[in-house]
Design a protein around this ligand. Sequence first.
Ligand SMILES: [Zn+2]
Ligand SMILES: [Zn+2]
Length: 345
Amino acid sequence: MKALCYHGPRDIRFESFEDAKLQDDRDVVVKMERCGICGSDLHIYHGQGFSPDLGFCVGHEAVGEVVEVGRSVVQYRPGDRVMISAAVGCGACGPCLAGEVNQCRNNAMQCYGLSHRLEGCQAEAIRVPAGDFNLAKIPDGLTADQALMLTDNLPTAWFGCRNAGISAGQTVVVVGLGPIGLMAVESAFVLGASRVFAVDFVAERRALAAELGATPLHPDTAVAELMEATSGRLADCAVEAVGADASIKLAIALVGRQGVVSVIGVNQTANFDFPMGMAFFKSLSFRIGTCSVPKFWPELVPLIQGGRLHPEQFISHTLPLADGAEAYRLFDARADGALKMVMTA
Ligand SMILES: [Zn+2]
Ligand SMILES: [Zn+2]
């Protein structure tokens, strides 16, 4: 089969790769129909990946068709159209059974496409471990693009908002308006925010947030403008969807007393310079982590079916997998209006 593989910084190649095949009785092999590039894939692209491996297949978002099932798989048969959860659990331990996939005791924090440990989803076919647990059939009425957004980005945005404890009438600020940040803007309104402020350096992204009903802010003036707009109270909750040290600090500065800062951007800084004094005097809560994707499907599927959430609107480009290197280049450069990049088999 063919797949996109990482060979070093800014070196993603579409090349021949070992076929995805069953390695365990619980495995399922899925033929990729659509896959996405996630903001966190750019960490790998920039050479700040999650492992020192080279030559592994990248990507952790895909939907497709089941082509092969292991002997123990009971819920899926060839021909079923499925979405693959980016967060992978064993499906048998306590945390997995409680829906906390990311706390799995048997393969903690496992995700596709970070190393050779579990090959990625930007491939013509994907091996899914514990298929009965880590897959779901594409729900009725959802398009392939909507289902693709449910494999990682939308649940992460929603998780970020839930972690921020957004409640009715609150003022929310979202820092970083990539696809996940924009989905967090839409999610914050659905969760009852009265006002959402949206911060990004890129003017086009601020304009998209404004179309969703948010008040756009430039990072350089965000604190002063939010202070002005809220009569000095600042935001009740901040959702940070970049992961850079500066944007996390900005999120901390943008919440008022007893505010909650929820970080969903990936940050691997070993010695982050946390503004402890500001946090102390604001009595703020700081929450950070990764999303147990399937946990949020029961909430998100009806919200998409009911027309309350529209995650597919953030897809800017759909390209064939063979053009994956170009898709990464555009996405990294934020060129040509690049927002959510989708690739097809
Ligand atoms: Zn991701
Ligand atoms: Zn587990």
